[in-house]
Ligand binder design. Sequence first.
Ligand code: FES
Length: 111
Amino acid sequence: MSHLNWIKVNDNIPDDDFVKEIKLDGKKLCLVKDHGKLYAVENSCPHAGGILSGGWCKNGNIICPIHRWEYSLENGRGASGQGDYVNTYPVEVRNDGTYIGFEKSFWKRLF
Ligand code: FES
């Protein structure tokens, strides 16, 4: 996966499931642990800018706290009828910490 730029997460990662905002390289993301698995998605809801890290998980989806639209943690797809999606990023747990991968060009465009 050499086309990806892996950035180490400096925030504390709790053992239990959580939804929280993290800062990576000065940029905000939503980091989620759901059923013990980590997911990283963009922090801004595409519907109307709700902060997804203020939301919660249900059935493998992150729920936006503002109007409760749902996005798949696996692939970012919005629930049927929404017609939208959030960007998702691969998470890798390594010996020396947790890393999130970004397309090199995409990282600059995103923020
Ligand atoms: S802003 Fe997220 S559902 Fe409306």
